[in-house]
Ligand binder design. Structure first.
Ligand code: 9J3
Ligand code: ZN
Length: 309
């Protein structure tokens, strides 16, 4: 069991004499141990049960908000300084006092640039993630290439970037729009160690993904005529192994390009998925289970309740 950093037991009252001897010292030590034990089992000790938990307990309002609890800094990565992808922007919690964070790389779609998915950077980073929105080597790169580029971006992020010390390299995820979403499936297929994948209105010629073992949340759009859900997002979801932690959220009154602007439904369920599977944070399970019901913004939701970790 680990102690929460804010609940370190005090074994010595402030201002009390420090030197004790003999039997009195034994009694004081025993008393201190009881106080410490009380602290360990008290209400503040639960946070320590999960060493990856970051930030305050969530509510619907906090995951729908434009920004989460962390102030965010950003740094630009030149395409000239990296190999295997086209550079990008890293968004990260400014403070280092909460330890390391999980990280996510995000790819844009065909013909598109980093700017098309930039809104996700501060939106997700402010909840406690390092987020790398990338450019691809060329805007015409296909999904398999985008998948490799997402992995190259994560490797750069954890091994060479200026924020590498802020990241827990064992807690990584991928996201992407359209061919970038197809790329996020490719990345998860080739690197099972990834903890979460979130394709946004994904496009891919490969319709079947039984090889994936990474928890995957797929967003579709009911009005998508470029990557119609019937031939993309839906078969992608259905082909994922059924025991896997998987979900399909079809956005209502949405198009292929809905993920290119700030969108609260995409944000709140992406935050919940990343928190639950990258941070193992079960406080977010309430937003995923019972399954969200269709409504104004959700046309359809399929999936399972997160399996116990
Ligand atoms: O990344 C995308 O928007 C893929 C949709 C597309 O244009 O596919 C046609 C080849
Ligand atoms: Zn396949």
């Amino acid at each position: 069991m680990q102690l929460h950093p804010h609940s370190t037991p005090r074994t010595h009252a402030p201002g009390a004499p420090r030197r004790r001897t003999g039997r009195l010292a034994g009694a004081a030590a025993a008393f201190a141990a009881v106080v410490a034990l009380g602290t360990l089992t008290g209400p503040s000790a639960h946070a320590a049960d999960n060493p990856y938990e970051r930030g305050p307990a969530p509510t619907t309002a906090t995951i729908e908000a434009l920004r989460g609890p962390y102030a965010v800094s950003q740094t630009s990565v030149s395409s000239l300084s990296v190999t295997g992808f086209g550079g990008g922007t890293i968004y990260y919690p400014t403070s280092t006092s909460d330890g390391t964070f999980g990280a996510v790389a995000v790819s844009p779609g065909y013909t598109a640039y980093e700017s098309s998915i930039a809104w996700l950077g501060p939106r997700l980073a402010s909840q406690g993630f390092v987020v790398f929105t990338i450019d691809t080597l060329t805007t015409l790169d296909q999904p398999d290439s985008r998948g490799r580029q997402l992995l190259a971006a994560l490797d750069y992020l954890t091994e060479r970037s200026s924020v590498r010390g802020r990241i827990d390299a064992g807690r990584l995820g991928v996201m992407g729009h359209s061919m970038g979403g197809g790329g996020s499936l490719e990345a998860a297929k080739s690197r099972p160690a990834l903890q979460a994948a979130i394709p946004l209105t994904p496009w891919n010629l490969d319709k079947t993904w039984p090889e994936i073992t990474t928890p995957t949340l797929i967003f579709g759009a009911d009005g998508d005529t470029i990557a119609p859900v019937a031939s993309h997002a839906e078969p992608f979801y259905s082909s994922l192994p059924s025991p896997l932690d998987r979900a399909y959220l079809e956005l209502n009154s949405a198009t292929h390009f809905t993920p290119n602007s700030s969108n609260t439904t995409i944000a709140k369920y992406s935050i919940s998925w990343l928190k639950r599977f990258i941070d193992d944070d079960t406080r977010y399970e309430q937003f995923l289970c019972p399954l969200p019901r269709p409504g104004l913004t959700i046309e359809e939701y399929r999936g399972n309740c997160p399996h116990t970790s």
